[in-house]
Ligand binder design. Sequence first.
Ligand code: MOS
Length: 757
Amino acid sequence: MPTTEKNATTSPIGRKTPRIDGPLKVSGKAMYASDFSFPGLLYAVPVEATIASGKIQKLDTAEAEKMPGVRAILHRANIGKIFRSVLVGNLDGIVDERRPPFEDDIIRYYGQYIALAVAGTFESAKAAADAVRATYTEQKPNVNLDLQPDNDPEVVETSHGPTKRLQSERGDPESAFASAPVKLDQTYVTPAETHNPIELQATTAMWDGSMLTIYEESQGIFNLQGVLAQMFGLPRENVRVITRFVGSGFGSKLWPWTHCALAVAAARQLGKPVKLVLSRKMMFQSAGHRPRTQQRVRLGATTEGKLVSLMHDYVNDLGMLDGYHENCGEATPFHYSVPNLRVKWGLARRNIGAPTAMRGPGAVPGLYATESAMNELADQLKLDLVRLRVLNEPKIDESLNIPFSSRHYLECLQLGAEKFGWSKRNPEIGAMKQDGLILGWGMAGCSWIAGRFPAHASVQLRDDGTARVASGTQDIGTGTYTILAQLVSDKTGVPLNKVEVVLGDTSLPAGPISGGSLVTGSMVPAVFAAADQAITSLLTVATTTPGSPFEKRKPSELAFQNGRVFVKADGPANGVPFADLLRRANVRMATGYGKSEGTLEDKKPKVSMHSFGCHFVEVIWQPAIARLRVSRVVTVIDGGRIINPLAGRNQIEGAVVMGIGMALLEHTVYDPQNGAPINSNLADYLMAVITDVPQLEVHFLDYPDKEINPLGARGIGEIGLAGMAAAITAAVHHATGVRVRELPVKIEDLLTSSILS
Ligand code: MOS
């Protein structure tokens, strides 16, 4: 093995590093999926069902077919075969809406695609789609908001395979709750939320014989490749997926949606490249959303505030088919010390489009419920909110009986409280004032999974002194291009601006999905292994090239540091740049391949890996006009080693802002009459925008987690959203006396406040 000693002064690890892809983005040169154009390109626009439950009786395409520029109106009878895909193992073949488009005439949600207009321009395709007439036999859709679990078996077939509804259990939670001196039993509701990345979902598909190429803004190109291969009956290697840049996804682009198969099928029928870009409205109907959840939390405690029982029973709604499980119980089993616990879930099917993962799936709505319950219990006990958490800090992961790899939750709480000035909190409702307005202070903890997906990468050292790193993962706006450049620069000493990073192509070594905040943690060992192999190859070149200064040496006598090869015994002073050695040998590049194993499949893990954190929030309540604003947030994250504090802070800040939206603004409203998401546009679906952003402070503890990878870096894309809504609703309660248990907090909720003047 080559010696790679790190030079702390030149390594970019831990240094604030601006995005290497920033200039491409701000100059408009970055090519997003729908930016690519091809000769003969046709445009496709789907026709959307205007009912949410029923059957297509007749589809009248005659008028649309005659319209100028129209090449085809495709539907069930003429689109050709589209097969059903299935799961392959645990990480491949994942789809949240499994039914291939047009498979039957049954309508199960509003906006389901019933036909596809294809034309020479987008405008003519849109006009033709609008001219398709459908008649239906219609039933009243079920979009009932009260979620009671369907009668599912104890093991449910979910999008990720068979999953037990009894998620976690220890002790005897029922009787411990019954006999607990202090009890809390509350139900918390989170609404459907729709992802609104700036970049709409889009597919451009083209065939060359039996070879299929897709340009798509995917968070998981290899999964998409595998699913399309199955749907079109192709060998996997016949499908190539390209995703150079993604204008955010927040989970909506993790798994394939039905429009992608439609574009592929249209391109096959017409023998031309076909581009299909969803409208914003379609993004609300047929490309996923975070489902509504209804969560009952029961806490039993001693009068001193020690938890004795915790029961978390939750239900999420979903479409009529499939089994999307919003894993609200993810953090519940280990977050606090409690001897008696049960976490159980159920599903409630509705006439809505399939839900999917949205930033912090499961843990975000789940921690809203459990952290809100903790805050309510603290108030009931007249205990400080932080104090209750400190009292219930576990020594190990009590659900698995294994130690945490690296948990510094108490330090998060302590630092957050200190930076926020929490000790000055007067717990009395409405008691804290500033400039005649009322301040509310709240807090909550958070947690998110850590681990690795399997990952592969290649690294090249080239004869012009540059390096190249490639992996078939994606940069969804989080900074993956930059992180990979930092990793290679750290290992090889090649400066950042001389590292080329290539992502987003299934012809590259297989990389992980951009999901679960796991890309960075997964890529570190793979890139390091690839760099090590490239260095080994380089040292062999150095010792075998006639005339090389190291010709008579053994590779084991040499070392590589800061881009130079030298004899270990002589030290680095007389090192030779690697480009010189390669040029002398007429070798263009020394290449290495590396891979790292995944951790998530490990059924018997030795350590419990998670990130932790907390938020302290101040709201300003103006009772005279019932105006509420979040005015200040302090967030502390224990996310392992932070490779790029600039991108890292940006991730947490973005998530915190999204948390403000979750608490106060975001909700998708389904019309009870026709099942349509009625606020399906950016004017009516409110999200936190720049004017909602308060003073934000983000602190990282920066403890390396050596269990996850050599740098100790965990993921930080999602954790910043977890816990935010609970911290905000606690602050709202502190200011107004109103306990809101159904998000988002609405002005109407606050009109019952006794603190109205
Ligand atoms: Mo995240 S929604 O798990 O990509």
